[in-house]
Design a binder for this molecule. Sequence first.
Ligand SMILES: [Zn+2]
Length: 140
Amino acid sequence: MSAGRAPRVGGGGVVGFVFLSRKRKGVAKNKKNGIVAHMRLPKAIRMFGRNWRVELVKDLKCEQGRPLYGQCCYTSDTIKLEKDAPTEAQRADTLVHEIMHNVFYQCGCKLTHSQESSVATAVFTILRENPKLVSFITEA
Ligand SMILES: [Zn+2]
């Protein structure tokens, strides 16, 4: 899975995730009855003792006007996600990407965007491919 190649946007503590034109297949289905369901995007995420808002924004763009899948705003504790992302999987990938930007920022890690993106993709993939791990972590 390719990650975004977004540069840091401005110096105001905002990091974006460049919109990818490639669409991915994938539909969320309820395993019991096969009904297509919308995944529940959390409206808030608790990180580093603060409540971060998660907002869906139509036509999300960076300060230079380029379309984005997501944006991490450190000054307002907000993660913005493109409302019209091609799939929920793409939105989930982007959410983890933006969360990891905050993790690196809060921990003072000085990585390039490409390095942060690679770690984010690795975390996303591990979580996605190991639902029993996620259950163990959340239910332990
Ligand atoms: Zn990014």
